[in-house]
Design a binder for this molecule. Sequence first.
Ligand SMILES: [Ca+2]
Ligand SMILES: [Ca+2]
Ligand SMILES: [Ca+2]
Length: 269
Amino acid sequence: MNSLPRRLFCAALAFLGAVTLPAQSLIQDNYGTGTATMPGGVAVSSVDLLQTHLTSATRTGAPGSGNTYFYREDSGYTVDLGRLSDGAYGTFGSSGLGGDGQYTVMPNNVTLTFTLDTVAHPAGYSLSSLRTFASWDSGRDGQAYSVKYSTADNPLTFLPLITITTYNNTSFPTGTSMEWDDESGQFIEVETTDESIANTLVQISASSGYLVTNVAALQFVFSGHENGGTAYREIDVFGVASIPEPGALAALLGAIALGVASVARRRQR
Ligand SMILES: [Ca+2]
Ligand SMILES: [Ca+2]
Ligand SMILES: [Ca+2]
């Protein structure tokens, strides 16, 4: 496509963006388990958009020192964003510590950007739901972040989609043990909680239709939670390629035809 039709095409996309319906009300569902079972009873996906139409994943804004230094790029820990979109959950809990390639910690205040393939689908993508999975012990399982998006007509400008309500798993197996009690001078039964495995899933969906349409890129801004960061296992983004509406498509094709005709006329002179 030469440059004028391409500009017209982009202008038409901007028009399409302008007529996109406002986002439906968004729904956040939280799921947590404290055993070797998937939160929400769902598996991670290997056919979501981050696995089929991802162009790049980048992480920026790594913080400086102390607690916030945790899992920074130059801290010595592996930062492998590919683990977030490999269709694998890994071992439940923190047993992956030591670099078994299953988790990527998102330290507080970093921004993760996923750019989708707008060469294959120039109108971007219509998103139906997002799922973020984390697993560690109870000290690094909580989720807190905001999501932003950009559209195909303006891929570098990010707009707010949702700030989730912080979710911390509280579903852990309980038991009892006998402990010596100084006051009564005898063993007494006390309740115990095993928080060595903690899995969380936050799912964001729309009340109807799509979360948002014509998406070119997504940003997750991790807004600060327990113990320096959260051990994410997978981020699934579900949706389909956005298709220009028939009326708008006709206008788009008409604009391109006009542009081509105008270029042809100018060349004839
Ligand atoms: Ca996936
Ligand atoms: Ca994974
Ligand atoms: Ca926690």
